[in-house]
Design a protein. Structure first.
Length: 70
């Protein structure tokens, strides 16, 4: 069984979509609160602006369908 260190889980069936690759990112949750997400944390959601920004700078990586977080 794989256990994920998840931060912004919002769906009852939680699926890791991003893994934090930088030391720290401040990600905004669905309700607008900021969460400290440290290296290795898995996220299920990023708002469109943060997704584009974090991916372009290499702060997170997208986890492909069927792939597990490292």
């Amino acid at each position: 069984m794989t256990v994920f260190n998840h931060v912004l889980g919002t769906d009852p069936v939680w699926v890791a979509r991003y893994e934090v690759t930088s030391p720290l990112v401040l990600a905004k949750s669905h309700d607008g609160r900021l969460a400290q997400c440290f290296n290795g944390a898995c996220l299920d959601w990023l708002n469109p602006e943060q997704e584009a920004h974090f991916l372009s700078l290499g702060l997170v990586r997208r986890i492909k369908d069927g792939e597990s977080a490292k």
